[in-house]
Design a protein around this ligand. Structure first.
Ligand code: SF4
Length: 143
């Protein structure tokens, strides 16, 4: 049963916030990720959790991996042919854009977003401009 392993999770009695770093970059982010991974390291159901996280968890540390590590692993697991490589690249672009826009919406600077998502500052600025227009459009609709 899917939920059986959860009853044995090492994080069961740990504040769930630990697994969702509030920092986005730098030493603070690294320290938060390290703390969460330390719990995972001693978890008896790490493998089950990791398999679950690969399939269904987009954000946070789970199964001893960050969301970026899971995304990279997912992409590297699929052995792409010519069409597959294109699909894989599109998946990566979509993931990067999704994460980038989320970070921008949280107030992270385009420069940090570029570094975190592995894109150029120009791309991060483009995402920021698109996000601003969407917010302005939805504010216009609401008034
Ligand atoms: S691997 Fe980590 S996130 Fe997953 S159940 Fe264990 S402690 Fe929790």
């Amino acid at each position: 049963m899917t939920s059986d392993w959860r009853a044995r999770a090492a994080c069961r009695d740990v504040d769930p916030e630990l697994f969702f770093p509030t920092a986005h970059t730098g030493p603070a982010w690294a320290a938060q990720v390290t703390a969460a991974k330390a719990v995972c390291r001693g978890c008896p159901v790490l493998e089950q959790c990791r398999a679950f996280a690969f399939e269904g968890l987009r954000f946070g540390v789970a199964g001893g991996m960050t969301e970026q590590e899971r995304g990279a692993h997912r992409r590297s697991r699929s052995a792409p042919g010519r069409r597959g490589r294109r699909a894989q690249r599109l998946d990566q672009v979509r993931d990067d854009r999704y994460l980038g826009r989320r970070l921008l919406a949280d107030g992270v600077s385009p420069r940090d977003v570029a570094s975190r998502c592995g894109v150029s500052q120009r791309t991060a600025l483009r995402w920021a401009a698109a996000l601003r227009s969407e917010l302005e459009a939805s504010a216009g609709e609401a008034s």
